[in-house]
Design a protein around this ligand. Structure first.
Ligand SMILES: Cc1ncc(COP(=O)(O)O)c(C=O)c1O
Length: 390
């Protein structure tokens, strides 16, 4: 049994998440408050003890570790020559946008979506084109409007789509049929499909995650898949990701970009950390999933019983909970800053994710249950006070 209950003080450790006031409880940016698996720490210590840290590049043991993780966990094996290392998923997205599309092109996303996608597009002089996910306010579920998606993919200036599977912030895992449909539309309209699968290992129940590279061969010639141990194993500062591109010409093109952007060189812990994670820390991930699932159920039942003005969107993946606050406000940024000011609870305002995010808050529940309970109490108090003043 691994330890997912100890509270580890993270203030004054250079943590972005915990750079907050003494009374504040951060439940925003996507990293976890759990200590990394001892198997990974051992591999890192061994590396540090070796004491010489010259330039490095990944070899077969790295690619075998990634490929066999996908075989074991997801029943799909990427070919080793499809893979290369990069220093992160977001850097890969930005680099691919620059290499694969032209200034002024449209890059399609499905809002509400991980806000940094917008930066990767806009900061490179491309336009964001969103085919917004459609929200059913009765079931609190999202779905894709495929007619709208096709219309937007068919626009001559649309040259790339960035898919998020599982989808941050709504916690939805796209089904294999949905992936095939998206993919066929991208192929039909000559759009490169970049699939960000960084949350793929954190699926709790229901539809299982289908790696995009596992689709039939004719459907994977236009895809760029990004995976990483960073969310799964809580090693976001490791800065190690793997890019999976089955088509050789596309792979060479994106790989060229990664190299000219200087994103292909691992730091001293990236290779041993990734290998240890994928080959030795599987059991830690399985236990983690149980912990997050318990936390998710705690959040859902607490909100149902204690905060009837909010609704937790049913989700089956990621440790990010998407909370419908539309009964309270149509400006979740205002609600977020009010709650932070009054209770110290720091969650993410849904506004940054676009689409109908102005009606939602996002709460990171990858913390010991006692910390989540503290967050829920603060949320309850914050909502009660907000109702009094609004
Ligand atoms: C969907 C998604 N992609 C990418 C990232 C960040 O990836 P990286 O740290 O490898 O750049 C995050 C972090 O929250 C994320 O949620």
């Amino acid at each position: 049994m691994y330890d997912f209950t100890s509270i580890i003080p993270r203030r004054n450790t250079d943590s972005v998440k915990w750079d907050v006031k003494p009374n504040e409880l951060p439940m925003w940016v996507a990293d976890m408050d759990f200590k990394v698996a001892p198997e990974i720490l051992d591999a890192m210590r061994k590396k540090v003890d070796f004491g010489i840290f010259g330039y490095e590049e990944p070899h077969d043991d790295y690619f075998d570790a990634v490929a066999s993780w996908y075989t074991k966990e997801h029943h799909a094996t990427p070919k080793k020559d499809w893979l290369f290392l990069s220093t992160g998923v977001v850097p890969t997205i930005s680099s691919s946008v620059r290499r694969v599309t032209n200034v002024g092109d449209n890059v399609l996303v499905q809002a509400p979506v991980y806000n940094i996608f917008y930066n990767s597009i806009v900061n490179n002089g491309r336009h964001v084109l969103s085919s917004d996910l459609v929200y059913d306010a009765t079931t609190h579920q999202y779905h894709i409007d495929f007619d709208d998606l096709e219309t937007k993919l068919a626009e001559p200036l649309t040259t790339m789509m960035i898919l998020c599977n599982p989808h941050n912030p709504i916690g939805k895992v796209w089904t294999k049929d949905e992936l095939i449909k998206i993919n066929q539309l991208c192929i039909k309209h000559s759009v490169t499909l970049l699939s960000d699968e960084i949350h793929g290992d954190l699926v709790f129940k229901g539809t299982d995650y289908t790696p995009m590279f596992s689709l039939p061969e004719n459907l994977i010639q236009n895809i760029i898949v990004c995976v990483s141990p960073s969310k799964t194993f809580n090693v976001t500062a490791l800065h190690a990701a793997t890019v999976i591109i089955p088509n050789e010409a596309l792979r060479n093109k994106v790989n060229r970009g990664i190299n000219t952007d200087e994103l292909g060189e691992p730091n001293l812990l990236a290779i041993p950390g990734t290998i240890a994670a994928y080959t030795k820390a599987g059991r830690w991930v399985h236990e983690l999933r149980e912990q997050i699932r318990t936390n998710y159920e705690t959040v859902t039942s607490f909100c149902e019983s204690n905060i009837p003005d909010v609704t937790v969107v049913p989700s089956t993946a990621t440790y990010l909970v998407w909370i419908d606050v539309s009964k309270l406000t149509s400006d979740s940024a205002q609600l977020e800053s009010f709650i932070r000011q009054e209770t110290g609870l720091y969650v993410s305002a849904g506004t940054v994710y676009g689409g109908n995010g102005n009606l939602f808050l996002r709460m990171n529940i990858a913390s010991p249950t006692s910390m989540v309970a503290d967050g829920l109490q603060r949320l309850k108090n914050g909502v009660a006070q907000f109702k009094q003043v609004k």
